[in-house]
Design a binder for this molecule. Structure first.
Ligand code: FES
Ligand code: FES
Length: 166
């Protein structure tokens, strides 16, 4: 096989929806979803900490479920819907979870914050009235080196009340 054929074979066409918009790309078949978001679509709100499925900073929502986008190939997301942190604040209006993070001082450096918020968003979408234990479980794959966990949990519970009570 020529190197040209080899190159063609290792690129794939994908079509997916990201934050409500249709996206099509011709990408290397080994590109991760995190790379697609950050490098092809300029959605750099999704952070890459470990790049091996251990820190949760790259969490996005794929068809309603939180996933570690550094462990998902972009081709696996083809035909599916992705929600990233940018999709929570269309037009710059903060989502109630983001507002609660600000109000409860739930971040220091902020590197873990997009992933934390997406994990909490996935939780509140399926359980709008979670217990503290539910919140803890929802973020058990999200590491915060700054140790902001107590305020993150307070913010998640406050966000659930904002969402339930409007
Ligand atoms: S960057 Fe994906 S889990 Fe750490
Ligand atoms: S706020 Fe710094 S890692 Fe969580």
């Amino acid at each position: 096989m020529s190197s040209r054929e080899n190159e063609a074979e290792t690129r794939k066409h994908i079509a997916l929806t990201v934050n409500g918009k249709k996206v099509e790309r011709h990408i290397p078949s080994r590109m991760t979803l995190a790379e697609l978001l950050r490098e092809e679509l300029d959605l750099t709100g999704t952070k890459v900490g470990c790049n091996r499925g251990e820190c949760g900073s790259c969490t996005v929502i794929l068809d309603g479920d939180p996933v570690l986008s550094c462990t998902v190939l972009a081709v696996e997301a083809s035909g599916r819907e992705v929600l990233t942190i940018e999709g929570l604040a269309p037009g710059g209006k903060l989502h109630p979870i983001q507002e609660a993070f600000v109000e409860h001082d739930a971040l220091q450096c902020g590197y873990c914050t997009p992933g934390m918020i997406m994990s909490i968003k996935a939780l509140l979408d399926r359980n709008p009235n979670p217990t503290e234990e539910d919140v803890r479980k929802s973020i058990d794959g999200n590491l915060c080196r700054c140790g902001s966990y107590p305020n993150i949990i307070k913010a998640a519970l406050a966000a659930s009340k904002k969402i339930v009570c409007g």
